[in-house]
Design a protein around this ligand. Structure first.
Ligand code: ATP
Ligand code: MG
Length: 350
């Protein structure tokens, strides 16, 4: 029995997380597998019941889990005493989930600006220019006077090395091409170090074809010739921006899967937020959450040589693709299906 943590979170989490669980259960049943879902308090409800959006009880449980599903959080709306680090960042940092893997590929039945896109963005998730993830003095930003703000970016050799390894290993299971994205013509030391270390790791993977792009050129190339790229490895901020771009080129952020992982733990987390504007109305698109869950199961299954778990993930992905191909979709994709109706259609196809 595979134990999987479930952190439902805020907004549409109460709709899309159960959808992902239902689809995973159906796919597992078809493989003679069963999941033990471990519900853990997280988000706004946890503030009410435990006084903390990420209670100690939840963290202690995650210590013993390899795999969990994280719903969205709407932390911008939390009471001021909980307005520090976002709940997602607390978990990412504690378990050093240094790799954010975000695939983008178009689906039949979903109108895409770039139907030929099929990329995996491998985003360094622990440092770079993002203040709340920065090890420098607790925060990478400060204001020496009220009219001047400074930000510190941090790039370290070990962090570059481990993310590059994830990218090159992932490429071997795909089209064996990696594009190193940096801005070393301007940010010479920081993104220059990132590029140099990626080149060193590339040298250990002679079977993988490597090229390099400046991040601004990369954005242009992704739009102009999306089909030419396979794995894209980059630092935190660039990866954040490029993965939203790639997700939209592939159709919609509402279908964009992502996982955050270390070498031992993997967390499914949809690329979109809590969407409070549509929460509780049956309008939410569960695809990103379902596909993120499948991706986490696949990664864990591969790491633990559990073929049935990998097959379970494959069934989930195929059933989502089949459903979308039949033009069954939620309102954000132009369809009329509710969250429940879409989920039922996916389960029926399993
Ligand atoms: P965050 O800061 O948490 O990333 P955000 O400001 O990026 O939040 P989202 O919560 O992602 O915002 O929502 C942006 C828009 O996309 C909203 O109009 C929301 O309703 C819509 N949206 C997001 N996710 C979905 C989904 N799964 N299904 C349908 N619509 C969605
Ligand atoms: Mg957002």
């Amino acid at each position: 029995m595979t134990r999987v943590g479930v952190l439902t979170g805020d907004g549409i989490g109460a709709e899309i997380v159960p959808a992902a669980v239902a689809v995973a259960d159906a796919a597992a049943q078809a493989e003679d597998l069963a999941f033990e879902w471990v519900d853990l308090p997280f988000g706004r409800n946890a503030i009410e019941t435990h006084g903390d959006p990420v209670p100690d009880e939840t963290l202690r449980a995650l210590d013993d889990l390899d795999l969990w599903v994280l719903g969205p959080h709407d932390s911008a709306g939390y009471p001021p005493q909980h307005s520090g680090r976002t709940p997602g960042a607390v978990i990412r940092t504690r378990y050093d989930l240094f790799a954010n893997l975000r695939p983008a590929r178009a689906f039949h039945g979903v109108r895409a600006t770039a139907p030929s896109i099929d990329v995996l963005i491998v985003r360094e998730n622990s440092e770079g220019f993002y203040a709340d993830r920065n090890m420098f003095a607790g925060s990478g930003e400060f204001m020496p006077t009220p009219d001047v703000a400074l930000a510190v970016g941090m790039i370290s050799r070990p962090a570059c090395e481990r993310i590059a390894r994830v990218a090159f290993e992932a490429a071997r299971a795909r089209a064996s091409r990696v594009t190193i994205v940096h801005k070393a013509n301007v940010l010479r030391m920081t993104t220059g170090l990132f590029r140099d270390v990626c080149r060193e790791v590339a040298a250990e993977h002679p079977d993988v074809v490597v090229d390099e792009q400046h991040v601004d050129a990369m954005a242009a190339h992704l739009v102009r010739r999306p089909g030419d790229f396979d794995v894209i490895v980059t630092e935190n901020l660039f990866g954040d921006i490029l993965s939203d771009l790639a997700g939209e080129l592939a159709g919609s952020l509402g279908i964009a899967a992502s996982v955050n992982c270390s070498d031992t733990k993997v967390m499914a987390q949809a690329a979109h937020g809590a969407a409070p504007d549509i929460a509780g109305r049956g309008l939410a698109n569960p695809v990103a959450m379902i596909l993120s869950t499948a991706m986490a199961l696949r990664r864990h299954g591969t790491a633990s040589a559990d073929g049935a778990l990998v097959a379970t993930a494959g069934r989930m992905e195929a059933a989502v693709a089949d459903t979308l191909a039949e033009s069954i979709a939620t309102a954000d994709l132009g369809g009329t299906a509710t969250t429940q109706a879409f989920t039922d259609a996916v389960v029926a196809r399993i």
